[in-house]
Design a protein around this ligand. Structure first.
Ligand code: HEC
Ligand code: HEC
Length: 438
């Protein structure tokens, strides 16, 4: 009787304590995880392939399918007519020859170098959110022989200074973009420049039940914490526009490489009716067959998140700061995956640190597509450099360090940023160390 009473009392006290925290939060001391993907966390063999390993739960019978997908992800497409008929159909307009040219080592892309005069594959693309009669949905900076590319993205780097409460100065870089057009018509004024994100752990994110995302969304900020969060059309891409990995892969094929598939069957890719020569040079029929599309999609879905770098217990100070600055208001630490067609992705407790929702991030990050961005996952953050030498954070790769990425947070994350600026130098380091350990 007494023990039952004290049990009820503990529950009551606990409910009072946790009532002040967002509904989803658990006590920080219990949020220690070694394996961001639970049992599905991948096993690292070499630092540069940390993002290229399958989930540990992949059955050995599915390994050949995974390896076949990897090969297709890396294989370069060629224009017709070609010696390898299986992979012909590139273009007429395109940005890259393979998925891997932009997602190098399954990691992220980088912004173009300053004042570049010739197109190079960086993994950064220009999207026209409203579409353009002359350019379509994306700027293609390469084309098959006989056709001019649409134009080229030019970057100029600007900078500004920020100061912490303790007087310490930080320089923040940001790009000024311009499009040099090779078309007759000038390109639309309003566009969005986006750098390729890393692509591991995405099958697990796809397996998070829709209901879970609904429960985290708070579009009218009813709990009054300054953070709203809205479901996008889907959950993939920097603006959560793509509903599934299949959709995202088909979208990449048609816009980035000009390759038709079941979901986008037009062999002319992103050529518009005003681009007559582009239409003339287009092939016909499906260039990537159903099996290709599914195999590459499954490859991406099966890439596992790597284990944490370092002992989680050593990063408790930074972890507490992460919570006291309300970073977890958007970067939701953990989820439980639901049913997935790849059954080995189902039922895992995972730690991606994202709510997959759209948030207003303020004017500093806004572009022709608006002020809202989907919260990116933070798992694997400390491993990008080892994977492909890359540490360009945020949607356009402007932040060279995690510190800079934090200082660009605005809008719904304004108070998180301002409180971060009030921390001491050692607290700031502790927070960054925690992020790098994820
Ligand atoms: C020209 C460069 C480029 C190529 C080639 C490319 N991608 Fe991407 N990829 C991007 C960019 C940029 C984004 C972000 C798009 C956005 O914000 O909507 C992206 C996003 C993605 C995402 C979503 C990641 C997330 O976190 O939501 C997946 C999955 C993906 N690409 C897979 C592929 C596959 C598979 C291929 C090959 C069929 C491919 N990509 C080819 C540039 C590229
Ligand atoms: C209101 C929601 C919100 C809050 C609060 C928030 N973030 Fe973010 N965070 C985002 C979004 C959205 C982006 C992507 C913005 C972009 O790319 O333009 C982002 C980007 C990042 C990135 C860069 C990730 C990458 O892959 O490039 C890091 C690191 C990060 N946040 C850490 C934090 C930390 C630490 C805090 C707390 C101090 C925090 N965030 C608070 C929404 C939020």
């Amino acid at each position: 009787m007494i023990s039952q009473l004290s049990h009820t009392l503990i529950l009551l006290i606990a409910s009072i304590i946790f009532a002040v925290a967002p509904a989803d939060s658990e006590p920080v001391s219990r949020l220690i995880n070694h394996h961001p993907g639970g049992a599905a966390t991948s096993e690292i063999i070499e630092p540069d392939t940390a993002f290229s390993r399958p989930v540990a739960t992949l059955p050995s019978s599915a390994l050949p399918h995974f390896t076949a997908g990897a090969t297709l992800f890396y294989t370069r497409w060629v224009a017709r007519p070609a010696k390898q008929p299986a992979l012909e159909g590139l273009g007429p307009l395109f940005n890259a020859l393979s998925c891997e040219q932009c997602h190098r080592n399954d990691g992220r892309g980088r912004p173009p170098k300053d004042n570049l005069t010739e197109a190079e594959v960086t993994g950064t693309v220009v999207k026209f959110p409203l579409g353009s009669q002359n350019y379509g949905l994306q700027l293609q900076d390469r084309a098959v022989r006989g056709l001019k590319p649409e134009g080229q993205l030019q970057r100029r780097i600007l900078s500004k200074e920020e100061f912490y409460a303790d007087g310490q100065k930080v320089v923040l870089f940001y790009p000024s973009w311009a499009i040099t057009s090779f078309e007759i018509a000038p390109p639309p004024q309003s566009y969005s420049v986006r750098t390729a994100p890393a692509i591991f752990g995405l099958g697990l994110l796809e397996a998070i039940p829709e209901q879970r995302l609904h429960s985290l969304a708070d579009p009218d900020d009813q709990n009054n914490d300054g953070i709203s969060g809205r479901l996008g059309i889907g959950r993939f891409g920097w603006r959560a526009k793509q509903t599934s990995l299949l959709q995202q892969t088909a979208h990449a094929l048609i816009n980035d490489m000009g390759i038709s598939s079941d979901l986008y069957p037009s062999a002319f890719g992103d050529c518009t009716i005003n681009q007559k020569k582009c239409h003339m040079l287009a092939g016909t029929g499906l260039e990537a067959d159903t099996k290709f599309l599914q195999t590459v999609t499954d490859y991406v879905a099966n890439l596992g998140p790597p284990p944490r770098s370092g002992e989680p217990e050593n990063f408790k100070a930074g972890q507490s700061l992460f919570h006291s600055l309300n970073c977890h208001g958007c970067h939701t630490p953990s989820h439980k995956t639901g049913e997935h067609r790849l059954t080995w992705l189902s039922g895992h407790k995972i730690w991606p640190y994202t709510d997959l929702l759209l948030h207003d991030m303020g004017d500093g990050l806004a572009d022709g597509g608006g002020r809202e961005w989907r919260t990116p996952p933070l798992w694997g953050l400390g491993r990008h450099k080892a994977v492909n030498g890359n540490s360009f954070y945020l949607h356009d790769g402007r932040a060279l360090t995690l510190e800079q990425a934090l200082l660009w947070h605005g809008g719904e994350a304004e108070s998180s940023r301002e409180n971060f600026k009030k921390l001491s130098a050692s607290e700031r380091t502790a927070l960054i160390d925690f992020l790098e350990s994820l």
